[in-house]
Every structure is written in structure tokens, then in C-alpha cells.
Design a protein around this ligand. Structure first.
Ligand SMILES: NC(=O)c1ccc[n+]([C@@H]2O[C@H](COP(=O)([O-])OP(=O)(O)OC[C@H]3O[C@@H](n4cnc5c(N)ncnc54)[C@H](OP(=O)(O)O)[C@@H]3O)[C@@H](O)[C@H]2O)c1
Length: 325
């Protein structure tokens, strides 16, 4: 144990475990994490600055089909807004996140941009994703929407721009994105929520294939077939809601809990590690610094075949977000 840990009387790992276990007990007694996160017990965040005990983990990157590299783990910002969103983004960057995921429809691009500024990080250190909403489908509208996203985010380029949903004039949107890519305004272009038939259609006219398909993927909706199809096409899969947003009692799941105990890891870490071991990029969201840090600590253990099988058996083969269908 180093001097700092001795002085503070608590190690980083122990701190994270205690904070997480207490939060988990609350959640399992009915305060389950939902879209509107429950009023946070501020105990853990206020106890001490956990960053004092935290060594920023090195986040691996993956090479996309256009040759650029993208972090395998990032920070999701859906449902975050206003000054608190800016604070969370700045905190996440301080914790070590470099991939930040936003979208026009989250209505937080300005707040995300402010958070990036607040963090003091060099823009080039970040991998910034935003998404084109369905109202802006079509070549001209897509270009205008892209510029608006840049202005709100306070940047002059995006690392990744995705068609958020396969609706409207996808062909026109893709054309706009290809042009913006060729002009050097976007480093990689991709799609989100595209099913195999949507991809097939897009590939029939695209001059550039999508680098990414961002789709729902977590232990309860594993998307095995989609993942295989994307691998075949050389398109990187990225998982949205990798923690199922806490739905279906995710953070109380007994199988994940038992697996976590083997490695001294939390349910969230097991879930994220499982997707990572399947070659999938994850973007968990959190409004708590100790969760942000916990979610980064997935690179120092390996789930064995038996664990992977057990997690495979949790698949319910259906979305946990039926309201978006
Ligand atoms: N392309 C799309 O259509 C689409 C759709 C949905 C989402 N997304 C993207 O994917 C990102 C992630 O998905 P999501 O935000 O829906 O949900 P998520 O990341 O699966 O789950 C977020 C929830 O998990 C909790 N949490 C996070 N870390 C935790 C931990 N270590 N222990 C316990 N609880 C933890 C958070 O609560 P605390 O705040 O209390 O930590 C929050 O309630 C989004 O933010 C967005 O960027 C994209």
C-alpha cells in the first residue's frame, strides 16, 4: 500500500467496492437505477475525493475500417443536461474517459461542449461522437444539422458522426456524411440502430461503408446475430445502454454478482467486461464519479469460458427499451 492510501486509511479498490455495495443495496431494495436516476446518496462522493486513490487506467483503442483508432470504452451522455451534464463530462474526462458520446436529440451538445472546455483537455485528445437525428435526414438538412452540432459542441470537427436511426432519406444523409468525411470534417462515419437489412441497403449505394453500428447491447439483449453480421461486414459494433440502464434489475442480478465475487469486481464491471471480451465498444453513462471510475476498471481481469457461458444464458433476445421500437 502506498503512503497516500495509508494516510487516507482506505484503498482505491476498497473505496470503490464500499461505495458500490452501498449503492447496490439501496438499488436492490427498490431504488433501482432508471432513466431518472434516484436522488443520489451523496455519502460516497462526499466522503473524500476518490480520484485521490485512482490511477487512470489505460483505455485500449480499436482500429476502425477506415484506419483510425477509437477507445473501446467511453462515456455516454443521454439524459444528462445543463450545468450538471457539463460537470459530469468534465469529471469523466478527468477520470480518464476520452470517448464522449452525445447526439442532437439528447439536447445537451452545448453542455457537453462546455464540459470539454471545463476539463481543460486538448480537443485532439478526445474522440467525440454525435448523431444526426431523423428530422434532419436528407443531404442538405444533414449538412446543416452537422454544422449546428459542431457549433453547439464548440469544435470544428467530429471524430464520429452517426445516423441515429434508419428513418427518412438515409441515402441523402449518407451522401452528406461521405462528403463531410472527404472534406476532413468527420474522422469516421457510421450508423446507429441499423438492422442487417438497413445495412444491406446502405451498402448497395454507399461509396464508403459505415465504420460503426451503435446498437442496444447488454446481458439481457446480447445481439449475437447482429454482432456476427457486423464482424462479417468489417463494421465495428458499439453497445448503447451496456448496463441495460439498470433495467430488469440488472444491478441485482445474482449470476453477475456471483461472477463478480470471483474476481472482486462489481456487477457493472462484469457486464462491461463481458461486452468488451466480445469485441464490442461500450459507452456507459454515470452521474457519479465513483461509478465513472469503477466502470473504467475492466481491463485487469478476464472472464473465463464458464463465466461467458453463464452470462450468455441471461439473454432474453429482446430489447429492454420497447418504448423506442
Ligand atoms: N444510439 C442510440 O439510439 C442510443 C440509445 C440509448 C443510449 N445511447 C448511448 O449509450 C449511453 C449509455 O446508455 P444509457 O445512458 O441508456 O444507460 P447505461 O449506461 O446502460 O446505464 C446508465 C445507468 O447505470 C447506472 N450506473 C452506471 N455505472 C454504474 C455502476 N458502476 N454501478 C451501478 N450503477 C451504475 C447509472 O446511474 P448513476 O448515474 O447513478 O451512476 C445510470 O442510471 C447513453 O448515455 C448514450 O450516450 C445511444
Amino acid at each position: 500500500m502506498d503512503t497516500k492510501k495509508k494516510q487516507n486509511g482506505i484503498g482505491r479498490r476498497r473505496f470503490l467496492q464500499n461505495a458500490s455495495k452501498t449503492a447496490l443495496s439501496l438499488a436492490c431494495f427498490g431504488f433501482a437505477a432508471t432513466r431518472n436516476t434516484f436522488a443520489a446518496p451523496s455519502f460516497a462522493a462526499d466522503l473524500a475525493d476518490p480520484a485521490k486513490h485512482f490511477t487512470t487506467p489505460q483505455i485500449e483503442t480499436r482500429r476502425l475500417n477506415n484506419g483510425i483508432s477509437m477507445p473501446v470504452l467511453g462515456f455516454g451522455t443521454c439524459m444528462l443536461s445543463g450545468p450538471s451534464c457539463s460537470n459530469y463530462v468534465a469529471q469523466a474526462i478527468t477520470c480518464g474517459y476520452r470517448l464522449i458520446d452525445t447526439a442532437k436529440v439528447y439536447r445537451n451538445e452545448e453542455a457537453v461542449g462546455a464540459g470539454i472546455k471545463q476539463s481543460g483537455i486538448d480537443r485532439k485528445e478526445l474522440f467525440l461522437t454525435s448523431k444526426l437525428w431523423v428530422d434532419d435526414a436528407g443531404k442538405d438538412k444533414a449538412k446543416k444539422a452537422f454544422q449546428l452540432s459542431l457549433d453547439k459542441l464548440g469544435t470544428d470537427y467530429l471524430d464520429l458522426y452517426l445516423i441515429h436511426r434508419p428513418r427518412g432519406d438515409v441515402k441523402g444523409s449518407w451522401k452528406a456524411m461521405e462528403e463531410l468525411y472527404k472534406e476532413g470534417k468527420i474522422r469516421a462515419i457510421g450508423v446507429s440502430n441499423f438492422e442487417p437489412h438497413h445495412l444491406e441497403e446502405l451498402l448497395s449505394y454507399a461509396s464508403l461503408p459505415p465504420a460503426i453500428n451503435q446498437i442496444e447491447s447488454h446481458v439481457f439483449f446480447q445481439q449475437g446475430a447482429a454482432s456476427e453480421n457486423l464482424n462479417k461486414l468489417g463494421i465495428q459494433m458499439e453497445a448503447w445502454s451496456p448496463l441495460a440502464e439498470g433495467r430488469n434489475s440488472h444491478f441485482c442480478n445474482q449470476t453477475l454478482k456471483e461472477i463478480g465475487e470471483k474476481y472482486n469486481k462489481t456487477i457493472a464491471q462484469v457486464s462491461l467486461r463481458w461486452n468488451y471480451q466480445r469485441g464490442i465498444i461500450v459507452i456507459p453513462r454515470s452521474s457519479k464519479k465513483y461509478h465513472m471510475m469503477e466502470n473504467l476498471e475492466i481491463f485487469d481481469f478476464v472472464l473465463d469460458d464458464d463465466d461467458m457461458q453463464k452470462i450468455a444464458s441471461l439473454d432474453l433476445y429482446r430489447t429492454q427499451f420497447p418504448e423506442w421500437e
